[in-house]
Design a protein around this ligand. Structure first.
Ligand code: MRU
Length: 359
């Protein structure tokens, strides 16, 4: 996607290194960061220099390509794989990409590991970008149908967190249909949940929509229900970090509350995901999906820029008050209108998911 009119992906190989957009600096500054080894890749994932399910998976894929160069034995390679998988627990794309690399190396022979892992990392990244582009085309039709029902009027989409191109290699999942509609001149406007505590909506989604010229408005997280009650939301599209084979969706904390409000107001609630985000081993998302808990400082403190453009961090919680930081929640399948994947739109239930994604 475009950054100051120049096309970028979020991650790419650069000689023997891996180059990323450092998302900890956005939107205050656009900085690239080189990752030289597995330890740096692991730190980039854990510290959220890269984040979002698809991009975490692609980064793990490139991390395994670096691991293949660093590891002299299969045991050392397995240790690097474990180090990467341990960085963040909820997005399943992480372990999916690592397992895919280990399998490819096992099939091709350990002695060929460097070339195999390099090619596999490229494939993982290219497939992620292609899946997101296809999600855009399938989701576009949903937006087009709404636009046809209200000719000449703006279609209002609400999204939560950042399931944009910054969360993937390119295009995004939830934003890809929005970009497709915008490119087709459908008048569209996006309500962007700020997404406390890390503000991925306010910082990342708003920035990337702005870069593409898509009209949008940032709202405090608790605003969605009010907007829905007043007819200001036609459609909700969120991303996903892990989806069970029965259609339960783990996504950024607060997604469940948006789904409840959407159901109460008869507003369609769609979840966009590449099939690499399905966890085929799980059925019951509430009980089975591991939910990341991060440091309390992300709740007690807020980062922003002052009037001089200097980045500042402020405490916003009474000193001494403890804080809890649950990163994700699970939206039960019964609240989800449909899943938008690279293969099309299907209902969020086991039969429909497995019919569209036979294994
Ligand atoms: O903690 P993050 O930023 O890695 O969380 C991921 C997200 O941005 C959202 O949950 C997103 O909707 C799903 S990732 C495509």
């Amino acid at each position: 996607m475009l950054v100051s009119s120049t096309p970028y992906r979020t991650i790419w190989p650069h000689g023997d290194l891996v180059r990323i957009i450092d998302q900890r600096r956005l939107p205050w500054s656009f900085e690239l960061l080189d990752l030289h080894n597995v330890a740096e890749v692991a730190h980039a994932i854990r510290d959220m220099a890269v984040r979002g399910a698809g991009l975490i998976g692609a980064t793990a894929g490139y991390g395994m390509a670096l691991a293949a160069r660093e590891a002299a034995t299969p045991e050392a390679l397995a240790d690097f794989a474990a180090e990467l998988v341990a960085t963040r627990p909820t997005a399943v794309n992480l372990s999916w990409a690592v397992q895919r690399q280990l399998h490819a190396i096992q099939m091709g022979g350990f002695e060929h590991r460097v070339e195999i892992a390099r090619l596999e990392a490229e494939k993982i990244a290219d497939e992620d970008a292609a899946a997101c582009a296809a999600i855009g085309q399938h989701g576009f039709r949903l937006i087009q149908e709404i636009a046809e029902r209200k000719p000449g009027q703006v279609v209002n989409v609400l999204t939560h967190c950042n399931a944009g191109w910054l969360a993937f290699v390119d295009h995004g999942s939830a934003t890809s249909p929005i970009y497709a509609a915008h490119a087709a001149d459908i008048p569209i406007h996006v309500w962007v949940d700020e997404t406390r505590p890390r503000n991925q909506g306010a910082r990342l989604t708003a920035w990337e929509l702005g870069q593409q010229g898509v009209p949008h408005t940032v709202v405090a997280d608790n605003t969605g229900g009010h907007l829905m009650q007043h007819g200001l939301v036609d459609l909700v599209i969120t991303g996903a970090d892990r989806v069970t084979r029965c259609g339960d969706v783990a996504n950024k904390i607060g997604t469940y509350l948006k789904a409840l409000a959407a159901r109460d107001n008869a507003i369609p609630f769609y979840v966009a995901l590449p099939s690499s985000t399905f966890d085929w081993t799980l059925r019951d998302g509430v009980r089975e999906i591991p939910i990341e808990q991060r440091g309390a400082d992300e709740v007690t403190h807020l980062e922003g820029v002052d009037e001089q453009g200097q980045v500042q961090t402020l405490r916003i919680v009474s000193a001494g008050s403890p804080a809890a930081n649950y990163g994700f929640d699970v939206t039960p399948a019964r609240l989800i209108t449909g899943l938008i994947t690279e293969r099309g739109v299907c209902a969020a239930n086991e039969a429909a998911i497995s019919a569209m994604h036979p294994r």
